[in-house]
Unconditional design. Sequence first.
Lengths: 254, 332
Amino acid sequence: MSRLRDTVLPPAATFVLTTAAAELGIRAAHISPLLLPTPSAVARAAVAHAPTLLPALATTAKAVAIGLSLSIAVGLVVAIALSTSRFVERAFYPYAIFFQIVPIVAIAPLLVIWFGYGIRAVVAAAFIVSVFPVIANALAGLLSVDPALRDLFRLYGASGFARLVKLSLPWALPSVLVGLRIAAGLAVIGAIVGEFVGGGGLGVVVLEAMRQQRTDLVFAAVLHAAGLGLALFAAVNVASHFALRRWHSQEDET
Amino acid sequence: MKRMGARIGLALAVSLGLGCGDTRKEQASNPPAAAQPLESVRIALNWKAEPEFGGLFEAQRAGEFAKRGLALEITGGPGAPVVQMVEAGQVEFGFAAADEVVVARDRGSDVVAVFATYQTNPQGIMVHASRGLASLRDLFAAGGTLEVEPGLAYVKHLEKEFDLSKMKIVPYGYSIAPFLADPQMAQQVFVTAEPIAAKRQGADPQVFLIAETGFDPYAAVVIATGAQVRDHAERVSKVVAALRAGWRGYLDDPGPANAVMSTLNQEMDAETFRLAADAQKPLIEDDFAREHGIGAMSQQRWATLAGQLRALAIVDKEPDPGACWTEVRAID
């Protein structure tokens, strides 16, 4: 009970207070609904346009799920490959940073030319923006293995594969999960940008609503995207709770 | 190339660099009759400097604004949220489409059209002539990919009038490259822009005007807030007069203003400027404009548009067409 109070009450209180303040502030200042809609107008738009928003959310969620899964798979493999030797890391890591700095908005139109319209271009955009945090954090974890433990494995003649599976990966798990938390939010952003050019999902709802000057619907769609990001973040947190409680005692306390 | 879309992530208000430097020059060459300071007037474009704004640039070049005691500043650009900028008072005037005016008013905004550049809407669908299509109906029966900006009012109109189920509708990417690459591709255009560019890149484009399907809102409409129209009627009249004079000059000889615009929009070559200026003439100066003046509007056209937007459920309330526009007497 007290745990619920400690975890749910603070964010709920923040939500109620900021929403109420925004509602009152926007009304008091007589701001045009075209410029900034009240929270209640956004809520009404969300309800009225639910038949549009919910299928769009499902479309976006699917692209995010595929893109993020690709990021995890590719990111882990790349991180493991980079961690095998200093030489490989020096040779390739600078190029992995490319994914971090690529301006997704600028290359998004190219994705359509490379992958065609539709979900493939959207998945590609989600992947491109979310793979680097997975690589960077997994690599940091893999490289931080306690040298004493590494020596111990070597002393017992453990194979490289056994060292990877029984030592490096479990050791790196907390870092990998940190990378996932970052990647989850970025994948949603990447997917929305991908949808601006590739079509489908919440991205197109945002464009339509902008064009039709339904600012309240723009906000409602953005909130759906934010909800998707939050849900993924929560899923990663739950996963890390279960994955880490065996090895990392501090995880039990958070 | 088109349209005034919400291009998120891109610079929202691209200044075209026509600041006070140019206006000062204008003052020097065309001193106002009295030695009083010029009144500053800002006008936001919703696209790059192209012939659709030819009359504005010609008016500026020829000193039509300075002559009337106005110091013109041109701002905005592709993706600029012009209606919001006008509504928020960041600019006094802006360019929008007539349907945007009706929709903005429905959403609680107070913008009013004071000048309509295009009597016939220049928006259309461009296809490859090699497909041998005779009409939009043919296109929609044949299928293929259609690139349009999501949420365009006329797309809703087409969806109502025709069966679009065979079309794969994708967002317009502000480039004719996909069109050039795919012979089955169709895309939204301004008849004065993309078709000319496509032809110059070796394609054989064919355009079907949306206006021919009965949906024909005024385009490149100059808007202002209702409050400004009431409280600064004289300023509005002067701006309309300057625009009208500028358009007269541009229609007669687009060369000088095209030279100005081509320094601001270097993606478009001189020949394309010339061809586009030529192609748009009949859309701007038709019999109605000849009789009532360039930029004039009619209640009947606004009423038709309001009824169509209501029928398409793009507006939530019954629009008042008379409130969407105002007849401005041009003052010289």
